[in-house]
Design a protein around this ligand. Structure first.
Ligand SMILES: [Zn+2]
Length: 433
């Protein structure tokens, strides 16, 4: 479900709000989501830190796609390393993987070129390899989509690299059996975590190719966009001192804005209740309550029956049974719907827990810190080399140093995640220059 979700968190807030208007569900889980805890070592500014509960990778008890399971070995680090091109694969490893599974990859040479590039990152390589070992297949489709029931990842007609990384992350969260993936509401709550990780990939990948991280197109908030535009003007004007001064505000404002959007989205999601069950045919029934429509709205495919309705009522059951694509599933669908209506504890709430929110806030802050770090390094590098800021990004030595700075940040955060991300990011640059 990439086409809807690629726009990021801001759109999730809009989508969730649209679905939840007029819903007055009395069973809404009371999530204390007005504030996400921040941490910092003594003497440092408050900043976001992960919950340390592995809230995004912890297995969830009610697993809905049991065939994709088992998680990843230690050392596979979604929080810091995945997509950051810090740990790189060898030419031999990449060639061997692509040759071995050639029959499960598209044949289009430009798609293969995208695979060759993204699997330079060891985390992405490991995830793609695990998907292929699990029997997964990549195929061309009308848009990007992860379909675990058929073990297919569809790649859309554009942005191959972006689609591969986005869709393989759906697999990663599914393989962890994490709640974000297993509770499938309006396209998957794992998008909360996927978006900032894909953004991390974008930032680092763009710098590897000589790009200025501020030119990245994305769905940024108002504040982050306008501060970014101001810094871009300073890059053009070669005003390094001004940039160095505004980075602090840039990091704080952008992070706060993102966390506010996260909390807002979560508040909307809290009003949605869902049911996800596997059916005898192998397909899935997915019901989401809390939308605006008083009558059921259907999305039907051979492998999935999705139903959206404000409040499920006994008189809807007949209509729903008529929409079931496989006759053998009808009794089970009826039984599940009746159980769902009679027992309010059946089904799931889509909203994130406080530790999940905290971890996603950390991923968002990490993405902003990587941008701020690239800009701070650019300023220091241009001072040292007497080089105009606008040409720094294309310099291979700058690109090499940025990779080191990202590596130092990641390794440090892995050990001491409660220290300020932003301050650690700057210190890593100071160490290198
Ligand atoms: Zn998606």
């Amino acid at each position: 479900m990439k086409e809807i979700w690629r726009k990021g968190l801001r759109n999730l807030a809009v989508a969730a709000t649209a679905l939840s208007l007029e819903s007055g569900d009395a069973h809404a889980k009371n999530v204390p989501n007005t504030e996400i805890p921040t941490h910092a070592a003594s003497g440092e500014k408050q900043d976001y830190a992960p919950s340390r509960l592995h809230a995004l990778t912890q297995p969830f008890e009610a697993v809905t796609s049991p065939e994709i399971t088992g998680g990843f070995p230690e050392g596979f680090d979604l929080y810091h390393e995945f997509g950051a091109f810090v740990s790189l694969t060898t030419d031999e490893e990449r060639a061997a993987l692509l040759a071995r599974y050639a029959d499960r990859l598209p044949t289009d040479p430009s798609v293969i070129a995208a695979f060759e590039e993204v699997i330079q990152d060891r985390g992405i390589y490991t995830a793609i390899q695990a998907w292929l070992v699990d029997g997964g297949l990549f195929s061309m489709g009308t848009w990007g989509r992860y379909v675990p029931e058929k073990k297919v990842i569809y790649i859309g007609p554009e942005d191959y690299k972006d689609t591969i990384v986005h869709e393989i992350l759906h697999y990663v969260f599914d393989k962890y059996d994490n709640e974000l993936s297993e509770v499938r509401v309006i396209g998957g709550a794992d998008h909360f975590a996927i978006n900032p990780i894909v953004e991390r990939f974008h930032i680092v990948e763009s710098i590897r190719h000589g790009g200025n991280p501020l030119r990245l197109v994305g769905q940024l908030g108002q504040e982050e966009r306008s501060l970014g535009e101001r810094i871009s003007l300073s890059v053009e004007a070669n005003a390094g001192a001004e940039i160095a001064q505004s980075l602090d505000e840039y990091y704080r404002s952008a992070t706060e804005e993102r966390v506010d959007a996260l909390i807002e989205s979560n508040r909307s999601l809290d009003e949605l209740r869902s049911l996800h069950v596997r059916l005898p045919s192998g397909g899935a029934l997915e019901l989401t309550e809390g939308g605006r429509s008083p009558e059921p709205v259907f999305l039907i495919s051979p492998e999935r029956l999705e139903i959206f309705v404000w409040k499920l009522k006994p008189e809807h059951v007949h209509t729903i049974l008529l929409a079931v694509p496989h006759e053998e599933d009808m009794n089970e669908v009826q039984r599940h719907l009746e159980q769902y209506m009679s027992d309010p504890t059946v089904g799931e709430r889509a909203s994130l827990s406080i530790s999940q929110l905290q971890d996603v806030a950390y991923l968002e802050a990490y993405a902003v810190a990587l941008k701020a770090q690239a800009l701070y390094l650019a300023v220091r590098f241009s001072e040292k080399r007497g080089m105009p800021l606008s040409s720094v990004f294309a310099d291979p030595e700058y690109q090499r140093m940025y990779r080191r700075a990202v590596e130092i940040l990641g390794k440090h955060q892995e050990r001491k995640p409660n220290q300020s991300l932003y301050i650690t990011a700057r210190r890593a640059v100071d160490r290198l220059i």
